[in-house]
Design a protein around this ligand. Structure first.
Ligand code: HGY
Ligand code: MN
Ligand code: MN
Length: 421
């Protein structure tokens, strides 16, 4: 009886897996048609009909590739490719929900590159020792339902499922209602799955890599994120008959706080960031002093101490400004995440593999929040960045060159294979 080919021989027969860029770009293009908006961007707010359509498309691709697909109670969708041994999987993934003026790469690239890695392993007939999983998490953006990274946060145990399901969005409906409405209130328990390691490929969404001409970012961590919703209540009155000294103008206090937040960001060291992205005045009419102002404040910093100081200074100013104008101010936290450091073993492997593949690489923190920062609470996690043209994101003109996508997906492939043995 001829000797069975030994492992080395069998291994030699397996072609080395490779990223098929055309296939990956075709999927990016196809997904970008779901919720497509003027200018080449995408609007797929979490749990919207467009999000459902995107989910159906990607989950269909996952099943076509033979993955065992499960949907958990917060709507996270995970596909697992079996390994030789029934061990905790190595996972990759990101999100496919977008902001209202989203691009086609934010989140989507990480999910579809994960899918491409699965396809490459299938094509090469490779069976890794550990299972390889790929996922898309619910409501990473937090633009409709706060906080951001909601699905991965619930999965990790940082936000109770029932609290997440009760969360009201900017349109007054809840996460639970919408999850059921789009048919993604899954029956798999949240957070039941052990994960051996997690790696997320994502566009940088900032200007650094392009500015320095570097192809790969070995992401060291994610900066702290602090979101607050303020409501200011004053007295509506006639714009033409009310003397300035007698006003209780909710709108001007909101605007003073927004301007002060920018001043604090300028004065503080360490790259403090401040953004007022949403502001709504009531009754929102040209000749009526607003009696209500609602606005959000997004404060971020890689340094937790400086971030805390920024919060303290803006909040103190807000109280004083409200008192001076004789209006009432209340606030509620929408998100409060400390800075996260990724696992040095993952960061250094991203660096080394990028170099082995002949790419320039640099270490850098992430300005944006990502699902990887939540997975980092439960397993070794890290991220791979690729350049964003003109540093644009959360903008329909968001773009990343094909050769950079291929580079990032190649590093992801090698790292996942290494981690999965
Ligand atoms: O806001 C963020 O950083 C992310 O886009 N959710
Ligand atoms: Mn993202
Ligand atoms: Mn985003």
């Amino acid at each position: 009886m001829s000797a069975a080919p030994d492992k080395a021989c069998a291994a030699a027969q397996e072609a080395a897996p490779r990223i098929d860029l055309a296939r990956l770009l075709a999927r990016i293009e196809a997904l970008a048609q779901v919720g497509a908006i003027e200018g080449g961007g995408v609007c797929r707010l979490a749990l919207s009909d467009e999000d459902r359509a995107g989910r159906d498309l990607v989950a269909g691709w996952m099943r076509e590739l033979g993955l065992d697909v499960t949907i958990d109670a917060i709507g996270n969708v995970v596909g697992v490719r079996a390994g030789r041994e029934a061990l905790a999987p190595v996972m990759t993934g990101s999100h496919i929900d977008t902001v209202r003026t989203g691009g086609r790469y934010d989140g989507n690239l990480g999910v579809l590159a994960g899918l491409e890695v699965i396809a490459a392993l299938n094509d090469a007939g490779i069976v890794t020792r550990r299972p390889v999983a790929m996922a898309f998490f619910t409501n990473e953006e937090g633009a409709r339902f706060a906080p951001d990274m909601m699905g991965s946060l619930v999965c990790q145990g940082g936000l109770p499922l029932d609290e997440a399901l009760r969360t009201k969005g900017i349109d007054g409906t809840t996460v639970g209602e919408n999850l059921a409405r789009i048919g993604y209130a899954g029956d798999a328990p949240v957070g039941a799955r052990e994960v051996h390691a997690f790696v997320e490929l994502h566009v940088e969404q900032g200007p650094l890599l392009e500015h320095e001409g570097v192809t790969i970012g070995a992401v060291t961590g994610v900066q702290g994120i602090h979101w607050t919703e303020f409501v200011v209540e004053g007295t509506s009155n006639h714009a033409g008959t009310t003397p300035m000294a007698l006003r209780h103008d909710a709108g001007i206090v909101a605007m003073q706080i927004a301007c002060h937040a920018r001043e604090v960001a300028r004065e503080l060291s360490g790259g403090q960031l401040a953004t007022v992205g949403h502001m709504k005045l009531t009754p929102d009419l040209v000749n009526v002093i607003p009696n209500r102002a609602e606005f959000t404040l997004d404060l971020r910093n890689t340094d937790a101490g400086v971030l805390a100081e920024a919060v303290q200074r803006v909040f103190a100013f807000a109280q004083a400004a409200a008192q001076a104008e004789g209006v009432r101010i209340t606030h509620r936290s929408l998100a409060d995440f400390a800075p996260v450091a990724f696992d040095e073993r993952i960061v250094s492997r991203v660096e080394a593999i990028a170099r082995q593949r002949g790419h320039s690489v640099r270490r850098m923190p992430s300005g944006a929040g990502h699902d990887a920062q939540m997975l980092a609470r439960m397993c070794p996690a890290g991220m791979i960045f690729v350049p964003s043209v003109a540093g644009l994101s959360h903008n329909v003109a968001e773009y990343t060159h094909g050769h950079d996508i291929e580079a990032g997906a190649g590093v992801l492939l090698d790292l996942l294979m290494e981690l999965a043995g």
